[in-house]
Design a protein around this ligand. Structure first.
Ligand code: CAA
Length: 380
């Protein structure tokens, strides 16, 4: 098994790392404090080809493999996890979904703009009463021949305010469970489609999250993705890939916690010695380093399986549950190693702890990942 990166992957890592240092590191603490969306930086990231990394060039993307996407995500999120989720949603939940399930007219109209970074997309599945139990949705799209009339509310939509289009999962037939769910493309500016306030969040505060409202909103039947009733499988199939992206986000946060901890442990002196010479600190750093490596291996395994067209749901769930726990533990230990300084905003490590938490919640909670893994292992 070859663990080294190809020349192309090394170049992507270098490009992402330099971009993050040059364009994301300055102002990352202020953007977090003010909950400011990184609009200018996002434009530059799109110009680098990082918003449609896994989409073939003919559809506006960069034509790279999933491991390249994971490498870029790790580097971006090591500096700014808010930018990471904006990038992950567009790449893996929006562009990948359109590439895999949309028809050529839809790809031509939407995918090219989204993959090239000209437009930004959102993915809207959850509703106030349906989070983990995702198929229990109420928002209804009534088939009226050449168009659908949509009514209802979706929530926790990442990129919901800044997006140009949203992929929205809606009930088209009641009483038949997930077989009544369909996927639609809804453009910003469509009459009857609006968004709520920007949610005030614990972490990833630079990204925007909001509710979406549909009030007698007319959407053309041309915007139905695939067939009626196939939406839930499209959502779950797409989320498998999304979970690799969020696992990479968690890895970036954990890697940053490791780098910051090592730097501080080698510099901070107490009792006449650097704190890195004490066993208690060494234990924490050894554990973080081991789990960071293990996370990366799980993520790259899931990515490789995806790239060669093999099933990867279980592996993506394993990568996400492990990397997100690693991020949470690593960030908490990093704050502990920094002591009183770690608790202060200006050192930038308390943000890692706040950002890490969401990786255990969105795109399927850790409890749901365990369910996916257990069902697969037990042969459900
Ligand atoms: N890919 C494709 N199809 C799948 C699938 C997958 N990975 N997993 C299951 N399916 C199919 C099943 O085969 C089944 O089809 P049939 O009825 O034809 O056999 C159908 O989907 C329903 O499957 P289940 O019976 O297993 O469904 P369930 O109701 O028990 O739920 C679940 C399964 C795993 C709990 C699922 O609901 C789930 O993953 N929930 C979490 C939802 C989630 O991740 N939400 C994230 C919101 S988006 C977000 O966070 C984005 C953001 O903003 C960052």
């Amino acid at each position: 098994m070859d663990f080294s990166y190809t020349e192309e992957q090394q170049l992507i890592q270098k490009t992402a790392r330099e971009f993050a240092q040059e364009h994301l590191a300055p102002g990352v603490i202020e953007r977090d404090e003010k909950a400011e969306f990184p609009k200018e930086q996002l434009k530059l990231l799109g110009e680098l080809g990082f918003m449609g990394m896994m989409i073939p060039e003919e559809w506006g993307g960069a034509g790279l493999d999933t491991i390249s996407f994971c490498i870029a995500m790790e580097e971006i999120c090591a500096v700014d996890a808010s930018m990471g989720v904006i990038m992950s949603v567009n790449n893996s939940l929006v562009c990948q979904l359109l590439y895999k399930y949309a028809n050529d007219d839809q790809r031509d109209k939407y995918l090219k703009k989204l993959a090239s970074g000209e437009w930004l997309g959102a993915f809207s599945l959850s509703e106030p009463q349906s989070g983990s139990d995702a198929s229990n949705m109420l928002t209804f799209a009534k088939n009226n021949g050449d168009h659908y009339i949509i009514n209802g509310t979706k929530n926790w939509v990442s990129n919901g305010i800044s997006c140009d289009i949203a992929i929205v999962f809606l009930m088209t037939e009641k009483g038949i469970g997930h077989k009544g769910i369909s996927a639609f493309i809804v453009e910003k500016g469509t009459v009857g489609f609006s968004h709520g306030k920007k949610e005030d969040k614990l972490g990833i505060r630079g990204s925007d999250t909001c509710e979406l409202y549909f009030e007698d909103c007319n959407v053309s039947a041309e915007n139905l993705i695939g067939e009626e009733g196939k939406g839930f499988k499209i959502a779950l199939g797409t989320l498998d890939g999304g979970r690799i992206g969020i696992a990479s986000q968690a890895l970036g946060i954990a890697r940053s916690a490791l780098d910051r901890s090592v730097e501080y442990a080698n510099e901070r002196k107490q009792f006449g010695k650097t704190i890195g010479s004490f066993g208690a600190i060494q234990d924490k750093i050894a554990t973080i380093a081991t789990n960071v490596d293990a996370s990366r291996m799980l993520i790259h395994k899931a990515a490789k399986l995806k790239d060669v067209g093999k099933p990867f749901s279980k592996e993506a769930a394993m990568a996400k549950v492990f990397a997100s726990q690693t991020a949470m533990d690593a960030a908490t230990d990093c704050v502990q190693i920094f002591g009183g300084y770690g608790y202060m905003q200006e050192y930038g490590v308390e943000r890692l702890m706040r950002d890490a938490k969401i990786t255990q919640i969105y795109e399927g909670t850790s409890e749901i990942q365990q369910l996916v893994i257990a069902r697969s292992v037990l042969g459900d």
